[in-house]
Design a protein around this ligand. Structure first.
Ligand code: NAP
Length: 284
């Protein structure tokens, strides 16, 4: 696992539930570094995101001590044990701790790398993370030149920890998370022209899962029993429950049922507008 954070000169990271400062270059660095990855955050940090919504294009794992909480677009974990178990389902390099203070402190032992944007000012923070320059086991692996944003100096520094605490890993590691989010282009599908409503509903469910990963939100409690079974991963859970789907699943379903008529209708499905597939499934 890795972490990514912007700190001031006292290793302060936030004030009154918000960031100390927003540097456009740093925001871009954050977006490109975490795109297509698993991002792990505390509930306070989720609430500080635009619209208090999970970051798009990433698998969001949120730790919150609130019974029954569901967040569309995110997996909610009620305990650190649950969270660590889910994190263990993914390749360590695909997982980023994105804050805030409580999450950085608790997950620091498990991190191999820390992407730190060092801002040379005192933001009067009320939330801090440990100073990695003074922490045993951590050393600077890479550092950018000093940059400037409206007079504020900052640099991008990567720290490395030689022996992070190992995570309990599931038997099957995830495929590249970014595959889940590369569904931007409209998709042209040749769908069977059938009256079979069950078939149409199955296809609709798969297509929604293909275009909108984690649409309804998932609780880690839902996943726990599933993971008890041998050789199953969190990814398998998401697939089994149609929170994510493969295009290959959809292609298989559109081709394999020989009982269906040869007649097909061409439907163009757009990620932002699933009305074409809804209309197909409703038999319109
Ligand atoms: N500079 C940066 O790059 C950066 C990045 C992210 C965030 N931040 C800043 O960091 C600040 C937020 O940090 P924070 O420490 O206040 O909040 P946080 O870490 O974002 O989230 C705290 C939340 O997580 C829950 N939680 C934490 N550990 C838990 C556990 N073991 N079990 C169950 N629930 C747990 C807490 O529940 P309970 O309180 O009920 O235990 C609380 O709801 C904000 O100012 C934000 O802007 C800065």
């Amino acid at each position: 696992m890795k972490l990514i954070v912007a700190v001031d000169e006292k290793w302060g990271i936030g004030k009154n539930g918000d960031l100390l400062l927003s540097i456009p270059d740093d925001m871009m660095y954050y977006r490109t570094t975490t795109r297509g990855k698993v991002v792990v955050m505390g509930y306070t940090t989720l609430l500080s995101l635009p619209g208090s919504k999970p970051a798009p294009g990433r698998l969001n794992l949120v730790l919150a001590d609130i019974e029954g909480l569901r967040i569309p677009g995110a997996v909610v974990c009620g305990s650190m044990e649950q969270l660590l178990r889910l994190i263990g389902c993914f390749r360590p390099d695909d997982v980023f701790d994105v804050g805030g203070g409580s999450m950085y402190r608790q997950l620091l032992p498990y991190c191999s790398d820390a992407h730190i944007t060092k801002m040379r000012f005192d933001g009067g923070a009320d939330t801090f993370i440990p100073n990695l320059d003074e922490l045993d086991g951590w050393s600077v692996a890479d550092e950018s030149e000093l940059r400037d944003h409206e007079g504020l100096k900052y640099s991008f520094v990567i720290y490395h920890q030689d022996s992070p605490k190992p995570l309990v890993t599931a038997q099957k590691l995830s495929t590249d998370m970014s595959a889940y989010f590369k569904k931007k282009e409209p998709l042209t599908l040749r769908l069977p022209d059938t009256e079979d409503q069950a078939y149409r509903r199955e296809l609709k469910s798969l297509l929604h899962a293909y275009f909108r990963p984690l649409e309804k939100g998932v609780s880690a409690n839902d996943v726990a029993d599933f993971l008890e079974q041998d050789d199953l991963s969190f990814e398998d859970y998401l697939r089994a429950h149609h929170h994510i789907a493969d295009l290959t699943d959809i292609e298989a379903l559109t081709k394999n049922d020989n009982s269906l008529t040869d007649q097909t209708e061409t439907v163009i499905v757009d990620k932002k507008d699933l009305s074409a597939i809804d209309a197909y499934a409703d038999g319109e």
